[in-house]
Design a protein around this ligand. Sequence first.
Ligand code: DQA
Length: 142
Amino acid sequence: ATVYVLNGPNLNLLGTREPEIYGADTLDDIAGRMEDHARTLGLELDIRQSNHEGHLVDWIQEAAARQAHAVILNAGAYTHSSIAVHDAIKAVEVPVIEVHLSNPHRREPFRRRSYVGMAAHGTIAGFGALGYLLALDAAAKL
Ligand code: DQA
């Protein structure tokens, strides 16, 4: 079973981007730990990042077309703005697990609304990079 792990804008900068909020791990560090954990769960991963909203839409559609087991999605700031990503999640059967490194609810008010969360199967937020591994555990149990 394949799990798509989709990362949105500015997550390519993890490691140097506001480390007091997002931690010191790079996306490659996180991807390596996810691959190790996925192996123990018997899952295949397809891990991607883009700064472009439409890529996230295309990849959610692709995950569905390829009958992926689940999608783990950190849509970055598009979480709070993208009706297109929301609609893509609603348009497909594949379960989407929303992940955030930080807890958007304890930050600026503009982060409180999640168009991803309104369509996702569930959300894991506020546990830093560990959240991606928790999302894998959740995906394995779906
Ligand atoms: C984030 C939270 C978003 O509000 C922010 O725009 C990000 C990262 C997180 O993982 O904590 O880019 O999705």
